[in-house]
Design a protein around this ligand. Structure first.
Ligand code: CMC
Length: 436
């Protein structure tokens, strides 16, 4: 018998099955069996075979991936093997985006070419401006982003050619380059301000700040502390393996649709308050709490279930701490040194202090996640809360694209099509209206 296997005895039939166990890079993490091996387990010859039931895919690997590794028990996050702490300290968002796409850090020539190619694609078709103008003045910028990124597929019909490597490459440049432009235009629209065209002499983040905040100055000069803070936050948000939006990108992309349509679906998935919408929800929660002395009452209401969840706490995978949250907390103080402290920080710190000592949160392994502090930082910079998930979507585009290409190039991948356990009526005859 193979030591790396599982023996399953079906007590309905007494038949024994030996199923091989496969491993990923880290032997203690990702040992798996092929779910299709279970299909041979049948109660009778005409039985369909055994399925696994896994709502929310809490214990199902949908792919093999080499992009991002995270170990929830130890609070570890790595892109292509590089720890997030080192990337946050030494890399830039664009360099990290290159690493995610190609698997290696670029040399100086490769990085210069990558920057140039992205810089060449920052402008959007003038009709996109008209499209944004047609949204209501108070349209949520995530809704605008879902619509405009999806609309890009009509401006670039060549993007459908997804089996052509050079074509895919061009869409990668376009998407990474245009996301800040679309996001900034959505923001300016909500403020009733004229759009600012990209300035490719600035850094990726500096240009984004220019498109957001330039008023009448001839040349916008980004504040270097805020520019660096956004760049690091972008690195922290660039990928997070098979989360909801990335799974949406892969699932939609697996039907061979173009990457703009698939990215639009991923942005829609990110919009929800249990995912990228959480940083927005954190701010709303802190505002609702109102003052430090109300924190104990709020915690009580969370524990009783009446007050909803403690937003910015908990994670499907991280069960010790979210390494991104630690870095975020430090960035918050760098930013506050420039902008002045966000008055909500005291409420956040008190929430964290009480929750981390409370058995309800400890026993459920609920710790601050990346969204707990990012919203406070963005608010201190002057972003309205509606822009918070947009600031998540821009950098996550690099991760979505890396995962989309990995999915397309994986010979084992198929169109996403889960099974179900049918629990409805058995077949029955149609009842005419007069007999119901
Ligand atoms: N506040 C209070 N209780 C919570 C929380 C929370 N934030 N999160 C989970 N729980 C409780 C939950 O009620 C359940 O308790 P019980 O066992 O008594 O029924 C237990 O913890 C397990 O919860 P779960 O829903 O099974 O856990 P999950 O892994 O499905 O949920 C989560 C993960 C992130 C959706 C959830 O923790 C949550 O809703 N957090 C708040 C929203 C948030 O901050 N999301 C951002 C995630 S990080 C950014 C990203 O990657 O998208």
């Amino acid at each position: 018998m193979n030591a790396h296997s599982l023996t399953i005895i079906d007590n309905r039939t007494g038949i024994s099955y030996e199923i091989p166990i496969k491993y990923g890079t880290y032997p203690g993490y990702g040992a798996s069996i092929n779910a299709l091996e279970l299909r041979q387990i049948k109660a009778s010859a005409d039985d369909f075979g055994l399925l696994t039931y896994d709502p929310g895919y809490t214990n199902t690997a949908s792919c093999k991936s080499s992009v991002t590794f995270l170990d929830g028990e130890r609070g570890t996050l790595q892109y292509r093997g590089y720890p997030i702490e080192q990337l946050a300290e030494h890399s830039t968002y664009l360099e990290t985006a290159y690493l995610l796409q190609y698997g290696e850090l670029p040399d100086a020539v490769q990085l210069a070419a990558w920057r140039k190619d992205i810089g060449l694609h920052t402008f959007v078709h003038e009709n996109i401006k008209k499209l944004i103008n047609s949204f209501r003045h108070d349209a949520h910028p995530m809704g605008t982003l879902v619509g405009t990124v999806g609309a890009l597929s009509t401006f670039y019909p060549d993007a459908k050619n997804i089996h052509d490597e050079s074509c895919r490459q061009k869409q990668v440049w376009r998407l990474i380059a245009k996301m800040p432009t679309l996001a900034a235009f959505a923001y300016r629209h909500s403020r009733g301000l004229p759009y600012v065209y990209p300035d490719d002499n600035l850094s990726y983040v500096g240009n984004f700040m220019n498109m957001l905040w330039k008023i009448s100055e001839l040349k916008y000069q980004p504040n270097p502390v805020l520019e660096k803070a956004i760049d690091v936050l972008f690195i922290l948000h660039a990928d997070h393996e098979q989360n909801c939006s990335t799974s949406a990108m892969r699932a939609v992309g697996s039907s061979y649709t173009d990457p703009f349509s698939a990215s639009s679906a991923a942005i829609a998935a990110l919009y929800g308050p249990q995912h990228g919408g959480a940083n927005e929800a954190v701010l709303r929660m802190l505002n609702d709490i109102g003052s430090v002395d109300q924190v104990p009452n709020f915690i009580k209401s969370v524990k009783s279930g009446e007050g909803g969840r403690l937003m910015g706490f908990g994670h499907r995978v991280y069960k010790s701490y979210d390494p991104r949250a630690k870095i975020c907390k430090k960035i918050a103080y760098d930013v506050f040194a420039v902008t002045g402290a966000n008055p909500l920080i005291d409420i956040a710190l008190e929430l964290e202090r009480i929750a981390l000592a409370d058995d309800y949160f400890i026993s459920r392994h609920l710790y601050p996640n990346v969204d707990f502090y990012s919203g406070l930082i963005y608010q201190a910079m002057g972003f309205p809360v509606g822009m918070f998930p947009v600031l998540f979507a821009i950098p996550r585009t690099a991760g979505w694209l890396a995962q989309w290409q990995e999915c397309l190039l994986d010979p084992e991948q198929k169109i996403a099509r889960p099974r179900q356990v049918y629990c409805g009526n058995q077949v029955r005859d149609y009842v005419p209206m007069h007999k119901r």
